[in-house]
Design a protein around this ligand. Sequence first.
Ligand code: PEP
Ligand code: MG
Length: 754
Amino acid sequence: MPASVGGPRVLLRRLREVMAKPETAQKRLDEIVVLIASNMVAEVCSVYLKRSTTDLELFATEGLKPTAVHHTRLRVGEGLVGDIAAHARPLNLADAQSHPAFAYRPETGEEIYKSLMGVPILRSGRVMGVLVVQNRTKRHYTEEEVEALQTVAMVLAEVVAAAGLLDAPSELEEEEAKPFYLQGSSFAEGIALGHAVLHEPRVHVTKLIAEDTDAERERLERAVYALRGSIDDMLQTEDLSHAGEHREVLQTYRMFANDRGWLQRMSEAVNTGLTAEAAVERVQNDTRARLQRAADPYLRDRLHDFDDLANRLLRQLTGVTLSSVSEDLPVDAIVIARNMGPAELLDYDKDRLRGLVLEEGAPNAHVSIVARALGIPTVGRADEALDHVESGEAIIVDGDTGEIYIRPTQEVISSYSEKARFRAKRQEQYQAIRHEPAISQDQQRISLFVNAGLQVDLPHVAESGAEGIGLFRTELQFMIAAALPSLGDQVELYSAVLDHVGDMPVVFRTLDIGGDKMLPYMNLAQLKEENPALGWRAIRISLDRPALLRHQLRALLTAAAGRELRLMFPMVAEVAEYQRARALVDKELARLDKFGKERPSKIEVGTMLEVPALIWQLDALLPLVDFVSIGSNDLLQFLFASDRGNPRVATRYDLLSPAVLSFFRHVVDKCAEYETPVTLCGEMSGRPLEAMALVGLGFRRISMSPAAIGPVKLMVRSLDVGKLETFMEGLMKLPDGSVRPQLKAYAEAEGISV
Ligand code: PEP
Ligand code: MG
């Protein structure tokens, strides 16, 4: 039985000599096949390369007819070679001709060869071609021989990738350069044209053959050790501010990183003569092939985790860092990531960051909230985006529609440039009225406020031309922190907010956690609820854990010493809950007095109206509060019994319906009766048509995202409120599910900017 001569180490050394010679790539390839054939004691050694995504071409051979080179073509999936390319896995057959996939090519003269061993030529996980050896006899190739051939194939991949092998650009390259379109979900509005930056740059291993195997083994061990340490650190500190990963993913990483088999396989690959980096890649190629074939979908899903882990190890070995710390970020960077944490996004230079694409993520995830606060157009759930884009490629992100154009055509670029110009013009219009009040044609003044929650939001308050902050979501600070913010941390943020807005009012909402807003360090996640939106959240947690709320109230009172303080409670369902929360404010005020500390110059306490039950207790509630604020996002999901986070039903019912309008009308009338100021601070107030309807119902205070202030102010200034009020009277009793068409038609006829 023939055996390979000298093993892969000798072969790799010879390959290095061939690669060092100043020759054309074709010549190199011709020499390499001879070398492999003799080392493996095979009569045939051939290299097939992918010419396009569907075709393979014989590029070099020892043993087959030389005239077949550059003539024999196979489709991916056709014959044994095509099968190897299609599935990116080796084949090892003592009797190849009896295999059902065998396809005979007479021009090659291969009919006399019985056995075949072939492996894919892979580079960074992509199939570039196939490397095959054949023998006349029914030879059984050993597992070691298959592995040796895989190692050689990796080196070949570098030869192929090096410039010069394919004189003209191959069809494959052309195909890869074709425009690619992807539909994701809109996470943050806006349009961005720019160049792709991979958040975690892919490491291309170029130095494959080791000079000193012992040194490489040591490097590998050191890198694996450091990798394990960094994962343990992340898990221990649970520094979620710097980890987009969930705890579960980190735990999976830890399990893989500590897997003895993994390290052993990489060490063995180093023993064959590869560098540490090449060994990581070589083993990852195997893992990838194995997991892709796994029947269990859970295992297939883990491939992503394993790829990430291998890439982390490669970064450890090569010193390549995350793009956010790179000095040469393009001026129009569009960052592409599998997922990330909010702090990682904040690490990017804001002046250069134009857009964000996430393969995973959720619209209410912290990173999306920060992206919206920064005004960065973001598309999420863009499945496989990373498979289709290389760093530096042109890319357009449409945060309004959730569309992504990779390598866009000239027409798409022109159309989007036009769109961007149009938006810029509108922006100018908004800027022009920034310092003007929102006063309607018939002299009704509408107060427009912004919703905020992070320090990065603060500059937008003045920029937008708002009258203050109508809703400050204090939970955001808690959500992006690594651990429960201390009293000092809270005081610092609240003081910064009050300093920043000066004389303008700010309404702080106390902690609204639970539901979809989890604090990982509080172990709320363990509390698996059937219906989290209806579960233990917001004021319910605060009343059950009063220390948390009292701490926060103390921070608010301290920050507001000598100035005005407005605060309100989320998700109150009955008057008694408001009273209990209000009593805690009084307790904290008494505490201030006891320690001789300064009180706020004025304090107003109110509540959110987010639970329908509270709307039917307004006669009891309103005399007790200084103001109320409608949280329409929650209120309407409860009113329609339709989950705001479930895409199937979230938009099923129209907010512009007789039911909602008359419900709101009831609130407005009651508040007028008790002379209690009422604001609406849900998402709907930021949409001009919805905002118009709210004004028509009698709302005079609405709070929205900063970007919406301009469009809504333009709407107000083109509106005759009295006329609209009369028109809307007729809508309330209609049987229609939606009165949007009527409102739209009205706005158009009246020339209202919506
Ligand atoms: C709301 O429910 O409308 C609201 C403003 O609160 P949040 O969106 O933070 O739940
Ligand atoms: Mg709410």
